[in-house]
Structure formats: C-alpha cells, structure tokens
Write a protein that binds this ligand. Sequence first.
Ligand SMILES: [Fe+2]
Length: 566
Amino acid sequence: MTNVLGIHIGHDSSVALVRDGRIVADAAEERFTRIKHYCGLPIHALDYCLRSCDLSMADIDVVAIPTAASLPDLNFLLDLKGSRREPVSTRRFVLDTVRTILGRQQRRPPLYLKRFPLAERTEIVHVEHHLAHAASAYYTSGRREKQLIVTMDGAGDGYSVCIWRGENGKIMPLEKFPTSGSLGWFYSNVTEALGWWHGDGEGKTMGLAPYGDASKAKGVLEGFYPKFGDGRLVKPHRFLGASYWNEAGAIQWHFDDADEIRQLVERYGRESIAAEAQRILEEQTKEIIFPWMEKEKTANLSCAGGVFLNVKLNQRLWESGKIAHHHIYPNAGDSGLAAGAALYAYYQAHPDAPINKIEDLYWGPSYSDDEIERILRLRNLSYRRVENIEEFTARQLANGRIVGWFQGRMESGPRALGNRSILMSANRPENKDILNARVKFREAFRPFCPSLLWEYRGDYLERPRDEFFMITSFDCRPAKRSQVPAVVHVDGTVRPQTVKQDFNPRFWKLLCEFGRLTGEPLLLNTSFNLMGEPIVCHPREAIRCFCDCGLDLLVLSNFVLQKDGG
Ligand SMILES: [Fe+2]
C-alpha cells in the first residue's frame, strides 16, 4: 500500500490523498474555513484526508507539493527540521530582516495552530505546477496510450500554457509558454473589467458572452492578448501592472490591462466585450491544440488548468470532430493541484500501474445518519425520517418545490454533482427566475445546469459523449429545449451531468422517480450555497443555508425539514 499526500498552498489551497494510484480523499480548505478560494494553510483539509482514511502522518510514504518553488510555510505545517526544511528565498530573507530592523512583526504561526510532523521515512517531492495539472488529467483519463496533454491557466511556476505527451504511464514535456502567452490572464482581465473577481468570475463572463455580438467589438481587444499560430506563441503579450489584494483570506488579482478594458466595456457594451473575449479564447486555444495534435499524430486529448473550466471552449474543441477521446480533469483549477501532484509522485514510482478512469468526484467528508440526527436534535429542529426518500423528494420537486439535497460524500471541485445540490424541476421556464429570486440571488443571465439520466443523454444532447462532471456544454436537441427550458442557455446549450446508476445510485433513483412523474428524467442542479459562499460541507452549513434563503425543503440523507410543514 502506497499513500501519497498532495498539499497545495495558494489560491484554492487543498489536500488530496492518493492510495495505490487512486484518489481516495480530496478537499479544498475553503469548504472548512468557509472563505471562497481560501489561500492559507490547508490545515482542516489535511486533517480530513488523514482521518477519512484512518491514517496518521506516520503512514504517509510521500508528500507531493505542486510547485517547483520553495514553500517555507511547509516548515511549520510539517514541522520540518534540519536539511529537510524548505529554504527561504533571498527576497523573503531580506524582507524579514528589514522588518526585524524596523521592529515590525514577521509572519509566524501561533503555537495552537495544528502541525502535522513529517515522519522520518516520508519523502517530500516538488512537482512543477503545470506538471501537476498535467498529471491530474493524464492519470485520471483511464488510458495509458499516447495522448496530447494541454495545461492552461493564468500562470503557475512562470508558465501559462504547457504541452505534454502522455504515454505508457509517463508524461514528457513538449513545449512550455511563459506568462506572456497567458490566455487565462487575458480572459480574467476582461472578467475584472466587467466587474467580477479575477480567478472566480470567469464563468460569469462565459455566461454573458452568448447575449452579445462579438462582431460589434471585433478587434477592439487587440493588444490585450497573446497570439498563437501553428502551435507557437507568435505574438507574446506583456502583462503590466500585476498586483494582488488579500481580502479575507483569498487572493484577488488586479492587472492594469483591466483598467483599459473597462473603458472598452463602457464603449462597446458588456455583452459584446464578453462575446469577443470568448471568441478570442476559443480561436487562440485551437491555434495551440490542433497543430500539436497533428504533430503528435494523436486524436486523444486530455486537459487541465483553470482555463478548461470554460465549458464553451471545451464544447468547441469537442465539436471540431478532431478529438476521439476527450478528457478534462473536472477539478481543473488550482484546487486540483494537490491530487495532480500526488498522482504524479505515485506514477513516478509505479509507471506500469494501471491508469484508472475517474468515475466520480465524491472524495469529501460524509456524515452518518446518527451524526445528522444529533445535529438536528441539538438545534431543536422539527424533522422527520422518510424511508423512500427518492420517491418522496421526486414528488416534492414535481410539485415545484426547491430542495436542498445533502447526501454522502461532498464533491471535489467547483460543481455540485448530486451530493451537495440545490434541485428544482427544469420543466417550467420561470423556475430559473424563481430560483434566482428566492435562493441563489445571482445574475439573471447565468444559466443553470441539468443532471440527467445517462441512459437518456441522446434524447437531450447533440453529439453526446460521456459527461459526468458538467465540464463541457453541448447543444440541446431542439425538441427538448421547450421541455426543460430552465436549464437551456440563451444559445441553446446545456452543461450537463449525466448520472450513471453505479456512480451515484441515490441520485440516479431520484432522477428515475422524477422522470416517472413528469416524463423528463432531468433536474436543474445548482451548487448548494448562496452566492459568494463555498459549497456547503457540514450539515450545519446546509441548515444555515436552508434557513437563510427560500428553499422549501432540506433533505439530509433520509431526514426531511420542510418550511411549510407539509
Ligand atoms: Fe494552475
């Protein structure tokens, strides 16, 4: 048995545990601290990963860190001594010295902060940022044979786009582009100019884009993004004036480009600028990926890095018809780095081990019925236990109720996949507005996603493929658009989770029951949180959310809380 612990400290701090090549626990620290994109030490996530597998630090064979840089924060998190200590950079040493001379405080942890002392036998390995992204894609693809791996994000360890070959259990670098090739930063700068958080609000830009006409802003973003041609960076872009703001434990970046783009937003309109940014992202990414697929003579593509959270980009790549096997690691942003680094370390030692295809992302905490009932009693809440919870909940949903659905292990990554979900019927167009007004309080233009039975994917999706994680959008079949209008975006697309019985039997049964009652085995599924908050993790957070918005029902395992008492 090999236990590898991946620890990512930074934007979206997270910890993952890989046992014999499989991810068995993975959680972002934000779910415990309740601060979205939390960037501090992942103490709770580390504690969770060990406890969930009944392990102590003495059982860990390797600790994998997804950065090539030294990470002095590990010195106190892992209580590193002597030659194992992470070196302090010259810059930080000088800054610390100056602060000491000036009598200022230095950043040091208090005694009561929990440490996880590293065992003597445990090895520490550093895995370069993009290599960790690449490993998260390749080693969860289920395929050993040759494939192109592409990683794209804002920046990590000095790179923004990296091209790799995955073959026979090994990952080889083919090309790396520096931060002057960052399409991620470009898209985030547009996002900031539109008034949203760089590193969080990019999904809003993507959701807004179909409302605009890119031709009305064609060319106006020239000079704000790098250009690629035939797989090469032909026109780098100098991103100037990069700075960051640490607000309540999470990094928020700012680039001077955003100031200038904001003036274009005022001139050409929000929708058209968003549409043009999306067009550029798609066009430039194709200029990177397709030439490299040709050079490598492969039709297999695996992707990771925050840029690939853009489901429309993924749709365009898939629709090209050039890809035979298309895999995107669903936790594509930096919260997936811990798992990627741990997978890489494992396969370095075991290159001949089978590469497993991930079937679900249920790697977070779960709570037993006894625990949930204790939590409910403590709060003096009236509740009842329902045996056939799927049939009961389906009836409530068919009657138009909005349900908080809390089951089993929490999902990793940014999407709710039926264990920490808010559910509603998608069969009436007004449900989207009702949900926004009563529960989610988010921008009206943003689409909601469907979860549907895998067996019926061909009824709803054009050119479907297995899509279990809401990481690619598809055109909705015209005949179905009016049947499930609350989850069809203005451009006729949907971003689905197809649900297989084996992967989530309870959620699958709920969809079956709902389909039996309404004729549509599909539900609107949005993450169980309020706008700006991380997805709920613990039952108490689900209860708070239930009380704090217009949810009609809360279903925690088999327990039901109902506001109207019905
Ligand atoms: Fe990254």
